[in-house]
Design a protein around this ligand. Structure first.
Ligand SMILES: Cc1ncc(COP(=O)(O)O)c(C=O)c1O
Length: 407
């Protein structure tokens, strides 16, 4: 692991209480920065106090949106271990977005390390309450001051962190989505598969219209025929029809969601048929009318799994699964969240434990002995214990069992 230079803040903030956390409104003490200059490549990776950026008004990102970002989360388990959900996959996707926006590629290993190192420095901001997390936002912007449409010669990579609240205050709430045949998010050959600012700017107007009609988000249809399901504003979409899970393929105009990929992996593990294939809005409506659409949900970092309770299309509204959360939707949510908080085994190695700086977050074997068996197993798997500590834990556990038996 690269050791990045760290300049610590002189004015540490107070971490907000877990109960007060919203999404993306509070930022931690430090940020990660690295610069790119033509002829020099990416240079000077560093951790510095969280700060404002000073940009020339001609900076090209402000005019031509040569910018990409990603979003992932770190979770604090009941065992006090902080784990990131899967940093290497997000680093790889960040580079795919860079390629589409003509931004020079970054070293994916260094990107993943930047997440871990920054979270380690600001570990005290990772909230504890179940459902809360530390959101990680890596971003690249073109910083050259010039007017003219061409790739810039200088860039800034930065990472900021924001403790975020439970996405669902009172459990999961089915959302209402509006399938739009009037507005397009992306076109074949366009920017849809990249996580770039312009896609989100394009989604604001349709989303406002959907809100006015009482819907939470827009379900985009393809930009050519306006018939095929693409994705929701910030989520990929999945449907269970007649026992089979269907999700639109990665055709180039939708984002390759990391949660989508994880859900498909779990479905394969569980032996539930799942296919990536084009599906039209007419097929979805026919399945609803035939009583064959069992469940529908969105997948994404923010909410993990969002059940869809209502689908709007043109002037019609359809209730899905009586507006309730389906059993598969609930199982997927519980499983992914269980893995994220270290309560369940992580058979695919999605979680990356973070070594907190400034204090040991390793538990002693004796402490570990009092954790539930699943949390103990997670701590062993996360390799947060040395072989000596594992032996200590086993002994302490035996001692605890003897003490109970002898009472
Ligand atoms: C447009 C879009 N689609 C899908 C997703 C879901 O992707 P992920 O599961 O990687 O968060 C997101 C969120 O990042 C998104 O912004």
């Amino acid at each position: 692991m690269t050791a990045f230079p760290i300049e610590r803040t002189a004015t540490p903030k107070q971490a907000p209480p877990d109960d007060s956390l919203k999404f993306g409104t509070f930022f931690t003490d430090h940020m990660f920065m690295m610069n790119y200059d033509e002829g020099r490549g990416w240079h000077d990776p560093r951790i510095v106090p969280y700060q404002c950026l000073s940009l020339d008004p001609a900076t090209c990102v402000l005019h031509y949106a040569q910018a990409i970002f990603d979003g992932l989360k770190a979770f604090r388990g009941a065992d006090d271990v902080i784990r990131i959900f899967p940093p290497a996959r997000h680093a790889a996707r960040l580079n795919q977005s860079c390629e589409r926006l003509c931004i020079p590629p970054l070293d994916p290993a260094l990107v993943a390390q930047s997440f871990e190192a920054l979270v380690a420095v600001d570990h005290r901001f990772v909230p504890r309450k179940p459902g809360t997390a530390l959101y990680i936002r890596p971003t690249v912007i073109a910083t050259e001051p010039f007017l003219g449409v061409r790739p810039a010669t200088s860039y800034l990579y930065f990472v900021i962190l924001s403790p975020v609240g439970a996405y669902y205050a009172e459990g999961m709430n089915p959302v209402k989505i509006l399938a739009s045949d009037r507005h397009v998010r992306a076109l074949p050959g366009g920017l849809g598969a990249a996580k770039t600012a312009a896609n989100y700017a394009a989604s604001l107007y349709p989303a406002e219209e959907a809100h006015r009609l009482g819907f939470t988000q827009v379900l985009y249809l393809d930009g050519v025929e306006h018939r095929y399901l693409e994705e929701v504003g910030t989520m990929n979409i999945m449907l269970k029809i007649d026992g089979t899970v269907i999700t639109p393929p990665l055709s180039g105009s939708i984002l390759a969601g990391i949660t989508r990929e994880s859900v498909l992996t779990l479905l394969r593990d569980w032996g539930i048929p799942a296919v990536e294939r084009p599906i039209t809005i007419d097929e979805v409506i026919a399945a609803i009318e035939a009583g064959k659409l069992e469940e529908m949900w969105g997948t994404g970092t923010a909410a993990v799994i969002s059940p869809v309770g209502e689908l709007g299309y043109r002037d019609r509204r359809f209730t899905i699964n009586d507006g309730k959360i389906g059993p598969l939707t609930a199982r997927l949510y519980e499983t992914i969240v269980g893995i994220q908080y270290g309560r369940l085994p992580d058979p695919h190695g999605w979680m990356r434990p973070v070594r907190a700086r400034g204090r040991s977050r390793r538990m002693s074997g004796a402490e570990l002995a009092y954790l539930p068996a699943t949390a103990q197993a997670a701590a062993f798997r996360a390799r947060t214990l040395s072989p000596r500590e594992v032996a200590e834990a086993v002994l302490a556990r035996k001692a605890a069992a003897w003490a109970v038996a002898g009472r």
